[in-house]
Design a protein around this ligand. Sequence first.
Ligand SMILES: Nc1nc2c(c(=O)[nH]1)N[C@H]1C(S)=C(S)[C@@H](COP(=O)(O)O)O[C@H]1N2
Ligand SMILES: [Mo]
Length: 251
Amino acid sequence: MIARRTLITGGITGGAGLLLAGCDRVVQIPAARKILFAGEDMQRGLQRALMDRGALAPEYRPDQRSPIFRANGTYDPGTAAYKALAAGGFADWRLAVGGLVERPLRLSLADLRALPNRSQITRHDCVEGWSAIGQWTGPMLGNVLKAAGLRRAARYIVFTCADLYGGAPYYESIDLVDAFHPQTILAWAMNGRPLDVPHGAPCRLRVERQLGYKHAKYLMRIDAVATLSGIGRGKGGYWEDNVDYDWYAGI
Ligand SMILES: Nc1nc2c(c(=O)[nH]1)N[C@H]1C(S)=C(S)[C@@H](COP(=O)(O)O)O[C@H]1N2
Ligand SMILES: [Mo]
């Protein structure tokens, strides 16, 4: 019947007519229709997921801040090197930005303060089941990465910290979507005061769309890499490598 209609409407030669007929027939079979358009649905789902990843985490009013914001994980790196930095008020601390960048940087606290800074009051969610709301201030990681100039091969940003777990520095990583998210900042202040030691002095990552363990404290290095396979055991972070936490801890 379709073939006949094609012949009538088209009045055309065999090949094209049959092709048209073929299409009509396939689309009329519900199962085939489902398969044909499944790709389109998946693409829409992926697009939605990508757009959601750019969405902002909720921000709160100053009076909604938690009166007590507990510290977790390391409270004080306690190494000789860290003690020396802390004793000097972190004047000698430098944040190294390297890896796959055009211009490696060494940033002081004064350098971070001199950049355009962003303040945000957000809720920290720890995987262990507690949350706290606090205000964080610092430059956007994205601006620092732009200043360093990411090379084309860069896919992830790896953070190396001053505190040691089993003799090796705590480390974490995020992808470029999170790295360039506007609420992803290198925080040097908490609730309007320079970051204290328990919360990661002198500078910690805030990556507000992710769970607590991604918010690396005591930052020493930031490296752009093409793959996570050379970092730790390859899963992208201390907890990912050792306790099987998810690398992508989006909330
Ligand atoms: N360098 C470093 N960063 C870290 C941790 C840590 O032990 N060392 N703990 C993580 C975990 S599990 C959480 S919940 C938060 C806690 O941040 P807070 O101490 O400011 O509450 O820091 C994260 N970042
Ligand atoms: Mo946590």
